[in-house]
Design a protein around this ligand. Structure first.
Ligand code: GLY
Length: 442
């Protein structure tokens, strides 16, 4: 019997908890959460609520529960150095140390690493710590992307055409960012279709999970503001309808080279998740960013399909034996749709933006899996906050089947809620395929 500490309280961590407890090792689960996720609580032996900055509370909880290892969900605790603190307390973890978590927390670290080690995938980019040379570089790019260096909760990236139109506006944004951040990156904007390739890494071996596509835009037809992700899908062949096997192999090859470069650069082995955000362009697969954690919602696509034992997989990451671990996923399609408050993603002054908790009810969700995110179980029912509430996941032999299961479950959630009915549909996917054909010049 093993004991595992899970850190995190979102739908991603609910899926992680579910996958851990179905291990043949029958682990006792302990959860450290910022807020009480009823889905995770119901699977846990014990929970502790607290701040991810409170490393002493986390390590004391891990020690008193006598856990064998910890698994870290979100990037916040990684950035606080939770893996370093646990290691000092003698507890191994799946997740990089604070230094190695720069893969996600410092965009300039990753871009410079990829360049230094001659790894393909970088767009044209430059890191700026002052406005010097900015105007000149902006003038060299056809279209521009601006990224503050550091964690921005997925909301810091500014894209030409979406957030600003002209070079003058770009320059003004850059100056503004440099007042608040020590550094920033300016990149060329890439045209293509994005995919997420979530990989497990023990420092030497990198193994991939099925490719997933997320939907960042708030509204149907990819309209409206960017969000943390409104839903995602994956296919039974573990590719995506617009992706070739070569595209996925290229993304994995980049990630393998980056894992090796990290160990050469820092002298330390990266043990945890390397989530590569890639885009297929007319000149091949390019790297958008890495995250040092599973994606949310993308974790909900891959974990329910995992046939391998998650506890044993975590042990293989910690022990450095991933090369001998048989990782295996069901050949099924998945569609995840996030149930969100109607006002989610809208500016605070928008008439539909709500700041109060609202009650929801969950009817018959059929065969779908439900993963709780920002919900609070009170004596009189389930309440949402202002953030994403529940991820509903359909799993079936085909994408159409998985979409039907997810859509049916999404409609069973009642209250002031919304979701994107188009995610996983043939219409939206057809548009992606056509877009990719145009980009590839076919
Ligand atoms: N779905 C995007 C992310 O987890 O960062």
């Amino acid at each position: 019997m093993s004991s595992v500490l899970l850190i995190g309280n979102g739908a991603r961590e609910h899926a992680m908890a579910e996958t851990l407890v179905r291990s043949a090792t029958r682990p006792r689960l302990y959860a450290f959460m910022k807020a009480n996720n009823p889905g995770i609580s119901s699977l846990s032996q014990d929970i502790l609520l607290g701040s991810y900055k409170d490393l002493k509370a986390i390590t004391d909880f891990a020690r008193s529960a006598k856990v064998d290892f910890a698994l870290v969900g979100p990037e916040g605790p990684l950035n606080e150095g939770v893996v370093d603190a646990l290691r000092e307390a003698g507890i191994p973890a799946v997740g990089p140390t604070k230094d190695l978590a720069r893969l996600e927390t410092s965009k300039s670290f990753t871009r410079n690493l990829v360049e230094k080690y001659g790894i393909p995938g970088n767009p044209r980019y430059r890191v700026f710590t002052s406005p010097e040379g900015l105007e000149h570089f902006l003038a060299e790019l056809d279209e521009i992307v601006i990224k503050p260096d550091g964690l921005t909760g997925g909301k810091g990236v500014l894209v030409q055409g979406d957030h600003f139109q002209t070079r003058e506006e770009a320059l003004a944004y850059c100056r503004q960012i440099l007042e608040a951040h020590n550094s920033m990156i300016v990149e060329e904007k890439l045209e293509g279709e994005e995919f997420s390739l979530q990989c497990f890494c023990d420092g030497k071996t990198v193994v991939a999970t099925p490719a997933v596509q997320d939907h960042k835009r708030r509204f149907v037809d990819d309209r409206g503001p960017n969000t943390g992700g409104m839903g995602s899908y994956s296919c039974e062949d573990h590719l995506l309808p617009f992706l070739t096997e070569q595209d996925v192999a290229d993304g994995l090859a980049i990630t393998r080279q980056v894992a090796e470069a990290i160990s050469r650069e820092t002298g330390s082995l990266y043990k945890g998740i390397m989530y590569g955000g890639f885009i297929v362009t007319k000149s091949g697969v390019k790297l958008l960013e890495y995250n040092a954690r599973l994606g949310d919602p993308e974790a909900m696509n891959i974990l329910p399909l995992m046939k391998s034992d998650f506890v044993e997989l975590c042990r293989a990451i910690i022990d450095g034996t991933l090369d001998r671990f048989p990782i295996c996923f069901e050949q099924k399609a998945t569609v995840c749709k996030y149930i969100v408050p109607k006002g989610y993603g809208l500016p605070k002054n928008h008439p539909d933006a709500s700041s109060t908790a609202a009650r929801i009810t969950v009817g018959d969700a059929g065969a779908a899996r439900l993963y709780y995110s920002s919900v609070d179980q009170r004596p009189d029912g389930l309440y949402m906050s202002t953030s994403r509430a529940i991820g509903v996941v359909g799993i079936a032999a085909t994408l159409a089947g998985a979409e039907a299961v997810a859509e049916c479950a999404a409609n069973a959630v009642k209250g002031p809620v919304d979701h994107r009915p188009d995610i996983g549909t043939a219409t939206l996917i057809g548009r992606r395929i056509n877009h990719m054909k145009r980009v590839r010049g076919q």
